[in-house]
Design a protein. Structure first.
Length: 99
């Protein structure tokens, strides 16, 4: 498996995410037929895996987590949907920002 950065091909998505959420960065990747959207905010990060043709596979989730974060599956909130999975986790240094 290989993640390919395709952020420059999605300027509208990036602009809307930065304008309408607390995200301070947005990256878009291609993982074959699966699109990966990685957003980061001061206190948390979210990763969305989207495949319009089939369900997202567990090995894709594990691969993306290993490449984009230093989290294991037990540290991540998983929100499954139809043909997509959202992964969300609090940043390790977020407690300093909250207090």
């Amino acid at each position: 498996m290989k993640l390919i950065d395709v952020t420059n091909s999605h300027p509208r998505l990036v602009k809307e995410q930065l304008a309408n959420t607390d995200a301070n960065f947005v990256k878009v990747y291609s993982l074959g037929q699966t699109t990966v959207i990685f957003t980061g905010a001061p206190t948390h990060e979210d990763i969305i895996l989207l495949n319009r043709n089939r369900r997202v596979k567990q090995n894709e989730i594990d691969f993306v987590l290993s490449k984009l974060s230093n989290r294991n599956i037990e540290e991540v909130e998983i929100l499954p949907g139809h043909n997509f999975v959202e992964l969300s986790y609090v940043k390790h240094d977020a407690h300093r920002l909250i207090h």
